[in-house]
Ligand binder design. Structure first.
Ligand code: SF4
Length: 682
């Protein structure tokens, strides 16, 4: 018996979801382990390879994953298979599925080629279904008669009546799950295109209403064994270091929702640190860190030498908003204090904020951003509220209560066209976001997006961290400096950039989902999405523009805004002004044209030791800036080290060098690692 699962991703602009299909492969390994008949399994990620597989072979059962980033693509492929091979049962699974039974029925009625849907945890549902299909010789109706024996499964019968299995189970012991890595099932994906991901535990004790994991079903956290986790890390590391240098990527993903909160996570980090020492991998560990157990989270990050960006994700710091989204159980104070402590070992400390949550306002959003900036988080990710299927936030009661006004837009990078089974599939993915609610007007929303844009460009990635430090040392709010930039319209080129950003923010929103879907699935329009004419992740695109074509204008407005800010706050004097001028010059040489490896090096003379500004010995507010003045001006040279050049080159080869490719790179790396090194020429 042959079972295939496709966890498809779009590939034409860039690979939109470049993560190993470990969850799908894990489901198949679990099935294999628990059936007593021969079963051959295969997992696919890339549309052309899935098509090639059908040219050479035919499976008995096909499965598809369903996430916000591949739902329509999966549906189109499933429909094409059912048209050509009606006898092949099709199973779909994944979190992008409604919780209301009436909406589940509507989904299945609109997509009748999906024979079964497995929702919530996948292993038990898929195992039962595959066994029953085998035993009934792939007869859907006969299998459906046994649906009560299954877990987590829903389907329509011949009369379009919805059938849901009685059990909504979770595995009580995930330590028994086989590893798709250790079984070799994922070996074919070690070719640098995708990034490996593991999961050390499942579940989340919190109850956020905008998140699919906020449901009580996921409350209990179930853990894998230490041995399994360490063996997977070691297996992955050895596979990665076998790759030639130009094919090696340095990121590693952990899919846990609250990493660092559990004792076992310390063991995981110790093992990661061992790999870093022995193999120089992984350099970046992408994971969401825990919202409580601050000391343990900090210890975990400390062990991997800053490779983990600590996430103090607040979403909002307003009490009323937190209550409305049932996130009250997360301690906002503890989250804020994490940032300051993490500075001591130079970890990246990231927070996340969502604009447009129930009861949110412009003032509340600005206030949350101010608290985060002034708490020393060095990166703030600013999202808009997505109305996700399968969340409490997206049910009728919430819509009635909070009066969401929503728009639709195409998900960045999620569009494409492919040949499959002799037909052409044209597809794109849409998302629905809240742009207003009963307390937030559309104009407020745009104002907040402009502030988000300023933070992304001037604050994130430590672009001007020395200026931030100077402001903090004067007991002033760095957020207020960013607000001065927000209000400053003296640099025309920068104004043009802001205006372009806001115009594109407005233009990408559609009122009608149907009209947008029709537009975004016409091949000629999809080509424009791929070319970057439409549908970019605007925050990332403009971040990439700001550090390439517009960095001169960014430096100019940073200087003029600091000038006004320092005068308004009575800290202006010629020394601080000279120091800030030198900081900006210093950062210009480190960052300007950062991806251009042809631009070999810059040289200039400095009067102040800029590198000393952000280190702790000048935290003392009585510190005199003259102490960092050189006895005589020192020449510096700014250049990418050979290691940096190799890394940049690898990313450019993988993603390309147009502005959308650079935006994707910006989203993937710690940008600071690419800043040119500043070397004193003595
Ligand atoms: S803490 Fe994170 S994973 Fe858990 S429910 Fe909230 S948003 Fe979801």
């Amino acid at each position: 018996m042959k079972v295939w699962i496709a966890d498809l991703t779009y590939t034409q602009q860039v690979i939109s979801n470049d993560i190993f299909p470990a969850a799908q492969s894990g489901i198949l390994e679990y099935t294999k382990q628990n059936v007593d008949f021969e079963i051959e399994t295969e997992v696919f990620k890339f549309p052309p390879e899935f098509d090639a597989a059908f040219q050479r072979d035919k499976p008995d059962i096909v499965g598809f994953s369903n996430y916000i980033w591949n739902c329509n693509l999966s549906l189109k492929y499933a429909e094409a298979i059912k048209r050509k091979f009606p006898e092949i049962p099709i199973i779909m699974g994944g979190p992008n599925f409604p919780i209301e039974v009436s909406e589940q029925k509507q989904f299945l009625s609109e997509n009748k080629f999906i024979d079964f849907y497995v929702f919530k945890e996948g292993e038990l549902g898929w195992l039962n279904l595959i066994k029953a299909l085998y035993e009934t010789n792939f007869d859907k109706n006969a299998t459906l008669k046994r649906i009560d024996e299954f877990s987590n499964t829903v389907a329509l019968d011949e009369d379009c009546k919805i059938k849901i299995s009685n059990n909504m189970n979770r595995l009580t012991d995930v330590s028994q799950l086989p590893s798709p890595y250790l079984n070799g099932a994922l070996d074919k994906f070690f070719d640098s295109k995708l990034l490996p991901i593991i999961q050390t535990n499942r579940g989340c004790p919190f109850t956020c209403t905008f998140c699919t994991e906020g449901q009580s079903y996921w409350t209990k956290v179930r853990k894998k064994t230490r041995d399994m986790v360490q063996n997977e890390i070691e297996y992955i590391t050895k596979k990665i270091v076998e790759l030639p240098d130009d094919k090696r990527r340095y990121d590693f993903y952990i899919a846990d929702s609250n990493f660092g909160m559990f004792l076992e996570d310390i063991d995981t980090c110790m093992h990661l640190a061992k790999m870093q020492t022995e193999y120089d991998y992984p350099k970046y560990v992408n994971v969401t860190t825990g919202k409580n157990k601050r000391e343990r989270v900090l210890e975990a990050a400390r062990l991997v030498k800053g490779a983990i960006k600590i996430t103090g994700s607040v979403q909002s710091l307003d009490e009323e908003v937190l209550e409305a989204i049932k996130r009250k159980n997360i301690s906002a104070d503890k989250l804020l204090s994490i940032a300051k402590e993490a500075q001591s070992f130079d970890s990246n400390v990231m927070s996340e904020v969502i604009l447009g949550l129930p009861t949110d306002t412009r003032e509340k959003h600005f206030d949350t951003l101010k608290k985060l900036v002034d708490s020393s988080f060095n990166f703030i990710v600013m999202y808009q509220l997505m109305m996700l299927p399968g969340t409490e936030m997206n049910n009728k009661d919430a819509w009635d209560e909070f009066k969401f006004d929503t728009r639709h837009r195409v998900l960045p990078r999620c569009f494409g066209y492919y040949d499959f089974l002799g037909e052409e599939i044209v597809s794109s993915e849409l998302e629905e976001i809240a742009v207003a609610n009963s307390t937030l007007s559309f104009q407020d929303y745009l104002d907040c997006r402009k502030m988000n844009f300023i933070i992304s460009i001037f604050y994130n990635d430590g672009i001007f961290e020395e200026i931030i430090k100077l402001i903090e040392n004067n007991n002033l709010s760095a957020f207020e400096w960013l607000k001065t930039i927000y209000e400053n319209d003296t640099v025309k080129e920068f104004n043009d950039l802001v205006e372009q950003f806001l115009d594109e923010t407005n233009d990408e929103l559609w009122e009608s989902k149907e009209d947008l879907y029709e537009f975004a699935t016409k091949k000629e329009n999809v080509e424009k999405y791929i070319d970057g004419e439409y549908g970019n992740n605007l925050m990332l695109k403009y971040k990439a523009l700001s550090i390439t074509q517009y960095f001169d204008a960014i430096c100019e407005i940073a200087m003029s805004s600091f000038d006004s800010f320092s005068r308004q706050n009575k800290i202006y004097n010629s020394t601080i002004s000279d120091v800030v001028k030198e900081i900006i010059k210093f950062k210009h040489y480190k960052i300007s044209n950062i991806f251009d490896l042809k631009c070999k090096q810059y040289e200039d003379i400095f009067e102040y030791d800029i590198s000393r500004i952000k280190i702790s010995d000048i935290k003392d507010e009585s510190f005199d800036l003259n102490e960092i003045k050189f006895k005589e001006p020192i020449p510096y040279v700014f250049l990418h080290s050979p290691k940096q050049s190799t890394m940049i080159d690898n990313y450019l080869n993988l993603f390309g060098d147009n502005i959308n490719s650079l935006a994707k790179i910006v989203s993937r790396v710690h940008l600071k690692q690419f800043f040119r090194e500043a070397i004193k020429k003595v």
